[in-house]
Structures are given as structure tokens and as C-alpha cells.
Design a protein around this ligand. Sequence first.
Ligand code: HH2
Length: 282
Amino acid sequence: MPTVPLLLGRHQLLPDRPRLMGVLNVTPDSFSDGGLFLDAERALDHAWAMVEEGADLIDIGGESTRPGAEPVPLDEEIRRVIPLVETLAPRLPVAVSVDTSKPDVMAAAIAAGAGMINDVTGLRDPQSRAVLAAAPTVAVCIMHMQGEPRSMQKSPVYADVVSEIRAFFLERLACCDGDGIDRRRVVLDPGFGFGKTVAHNYVLLRDLPELVEIGQPVLVGLSRKSMLGRVTGRDTADRLSASVAAATLAAHAGAHLIRVHDVAATRDAMAIVQATRYGGAC
Ligand code: HH2
């Protein structure tokens, strides 16, 4: 497990307990909260509410990555995301992360005060790596995805999903080293639901400690995902218990950052993990 705090611009996160990343999607088409926060006032209120509920950082996304999603043009993504970052980053007591794969959005987000870039394409674009290399206090999440959102769920195939993702992470870390992105800024995410079958996702959740062993902070996003619906038979709006259960398993397996839509409900579960795994607060 990492021993140094994760630097996120003017904020930092100690690796002493599982941390919650609250999701704020300002999109019309996200799979579970699409259209809810398109109105700027509602988006701001929701960000503040998640902080009050215990979020340790807020992840703002302007482009849905659900299976089959269409890409969003650059100017539209900037229009959705950047004014919110400009308003929230200087005022919130926690860091703002921006969920984007476009280097121009990354650069604008960093200029507006974002402390973290969350790239579901794993910094595969050299221009994105150049943006991050020029921003040494900003953290970056490198997520694994097989294929791209439009087609990723068609027929994902792995010989061994855990060792292939582990190898991908090691290759990405070496690439960051080569491009001047300090490893201490890099968070790794196996990308639940991104080019994986339901069976792959559960193997990854079970064997998460093998990825935690790499020694980087690990982020997971399981909240409301279809892998939970497939096992429980529940629709997206009715996956709270399953989401909290999955977050608990991931945190107990050593994940440091848990990306969730339901901060309040997950926070108590994290306190139990903290007491069990990290010996905190008792
Ligand atoms: N999942 C989603 C989006 N971004 N980023 C990381 N690092 N890890 C994830 O698992 C992850 C992510 C999908 O969830 P959501 O944002 O709710 O939906 P959509 O992509 O439809 O906006």
C-alpha cells in the first residue's frame, strides 16, 4: 500500500483509509444520473451535498462512457465541465477531479483548478501525457479499458484478466516514467465494466489485492453498474445495497479510492472497513 499522501493540486489524501470520490455527471446520457445535473445550479448543489455527506473528492464528467455512448465534441465538453470546475475548485474543501479523455479538456480543467484528471483511456494519447507532465502537482487516474466505449462490450476476451490488467498497469507506469510523470501521482483503476464480461468483473473484484500489490493507489468504480444488476436482478435506480456491498468488498481488498454516486450510504460502510482493515476510529 502507498505510504505517501496523494497530491491533488492544493489538496492531499493520506493513504490511511478508503476515500470516496463522489460522481457528478453533467451529461444528458450517463447511465444512472444522465440529465439530472445539466442545470448548473443543481450540479453545484449536488457537489456541495456530496462533500457534506463525506466525499473526499468530486469527479466531474461531461461525456458518458456507458457502452454504446457517442463521443461528445470538444467545445461541448468544455462548455459542460469547465465553468463548474472554475466555480467549485477554489471553493470546495476537497479536490475536484475531471473525468475526460481529451487533452484540451485536461489542460483547461487543470488551468481551472482541478487536482486530478481521471482518464478512462489510460493516458494512451501522448498529448494527454504531455499535459500531465507539465502539471506536476496534479494526480492522474489511469483506467484500463479493452476497446472503446462504442464497442467495448461486444466480445471482451482475456486469457487471464487479472494478469493482463496488471501488465497493462506496469507498461503504463513505465510510460509515465519515460514522459516525466512521477509515479507518486498515478492512481490505477481496473475499469469495472469497461470491455469486461460480468465474470471478468467478479474475478477482478475477488483478485483486486493482486493489483493493490503493485503499490500505487487503486481506484474502483462499481457504483450502480450492470455487473450488480446481473447478479441481483435490480434496475439501475435500485442498486444501492449492491453498490455498497461491492464498495465494501473493494475497500476491504485494499482499494483506496471508491467512485460512488451514493456518498452518504457508502460512508458508513467505509467506516467499518477502516476499523477492520486499518484499525481506525475505535
Ligand atoms: N466509470 C464510469 C465513468 N468513469 N472512471 C473511472 N476511473 N472508473 C470507473 O469505473 C468509471 C469512470 C461510468 O460511470 P458513470 O460516470 O456513472 O456513467 P457514464 O460514463 O455513463 O457517465
